[in-house]
Structures are given as C-alpha cells and as structure tokens.
Design a protein around this ligand. Structure first.
Ligand SMILES: Cc1cc2nc3c(=O)[nH]c(=O)nc-3n(C[C@H](O)[C@H](O)[C@H](O)COP(=O)(O)O)c2cc1C
Length: 176
C-alpha cells in the first residue's frame, strides 16, 4: 500500500516534516509513506495548468492509495501555501483527490494541536470529494517538548501514531 504524505509547512526546520519522517518509520509495517511536495507550487493565477510541480503532485495523488496531510495551523486555519496547492489541484482535470481516502496529522506548540486547521481542511475536503477518516484524530499539543533530533520522544504520542497508522491502513483497505 502506497500512501502520499503532504507536508503543509515550507519551513526548513518544520516540526511537521519531523513528524512526517518519524511517522514514516512508525507506519512501515502498515504502508509505504512517500512525500508529495508543495514547495515548488506557484500561486494559482488560472493560467499555467501545465506547471511541472502541480502536474507531478496531481499524478502522485492519483497513484497513491491514500493521502495524509501533515500540517500546522496558521492563524486558526490552513496555511496559505497548502490552501493554494489545494486550490491549484482542484482545477486539474481529472481532479486528483476525488474519492481519495485521507487523514490529517497536526501539531502545535500550544494546547490545541492544530484542531482548528483540521476542521477547515475537512471542510475544503467536502468540495474536493476527499474521503477523510473521522477518527482517530491526531492533534499533538506542546510539540516542541515532544521532539528531539528530528524524532518524537514522547512515548504516548508514538503509541498513538501506531494506532493511527493501523486505523488508516484499515480505512484505506475498505476503499479497495
Ligand atoms: C503565520 C503563523 C501563524 C500561526 N498561527 C498559529 C495558530 O493559529 N495556532 C497555532 O496553534 N499555532 C500557530 N502558529 C505556530 C505554529 O503552530 C508553529 O510555528 C509550528 O511550528 C508551525 O509548524 P512547522 O514547524 O511545521 O512549520 C503560527 C505560526 C505562524 C508562522
């Protein structure tokens, strides 16, 4: 089973990139996780639908058995970079997300763990026909104290991510 991870942060030291990297290892008995990058996607202007980064990501999404978004919350919502990528991809024909099983993993330095972003992303998924797994939800609070050297050091979080990867494997299998 091949799952595509889309990291919603462009930051070099992104905690979501670190969580993505460790989750890949945690989930290795359930599925292979590869990265679909939004880094080179330009701002959508309705013109260049042949943009190489957009075409590549659309194709990766189509080929994947499922998608997991690893994204921060920006100002109580979806980071502009990720929203722009979703807007661009929504105009690609055929739209790559239709019927795609998906999950969201998010973290924050504070207590809310990106929950508000996650519900906005689920709302966008309604129009894109993304089939989001409802539960378990992953909202990692206090993330800066749970990471060291690019790995999640908090045992409870690691165990929860194991549970999540098993649930997502079962959820994706139901689609096939
Ligand atoms: C523009 C901006 C807006 C932010 N807004 C929120 C927010 O609404 N809620 C929150 O929990 N954290 C917010 N943060 C803090 C991020 O959760 C934190 O910077 C986190 O490390 C971002 O994820 P990353 O490390 O993967 O880039 C914001 C950060 C930035 C740069």
């Amino acid at each position: 089973m091949n799952i595509l991870g889309i990291v919603g942060s462009l930051r070099k030291d992104s905690v979501h990139k670190q969580v993505f990297n460790h989750y890949k290892e945690i989930a290795k008995n359930q599925f292979e996780l590869s990265e679909g990058s939004i880094v080179d996607i330009p701002m959508y202007d309705g013109e260049n639908m042949d943009n190489a980064a957009v075409v590549k990501l659309a194709e990766q999404i189509r080929k994947a058995d499922g998608v997991i978004f690893f994204s921060p919350e920006y100002n109580y919502s979806i980071p502009g970079s990720l929203k722009n990528a979703l807007d661009y991809l929504s105009r690609v024909d055929p739209q790559p997300f239709v019927g795609k099983p998906a999950a969201i993993i998010g973290a924050s330095p504070g207590a809310v763990g990106s929950a508000r972003m996650q519900y906005h992303l689920r709302q966008v998924g309604v129009f894109l026909d993304i089939d989001f797994m409802n539960k378990p939800e992953v909202m990692i609070s206090g993330v800066f104290s749970k990471l060291a050297d690019g790995r999640i050091t908090d045992a409870t979080t690691v165990e929860f991510l194991e549970v999540h990867s098993k649930a997502f494997e079962a959820f994706v299998k139901k689609h096939n």
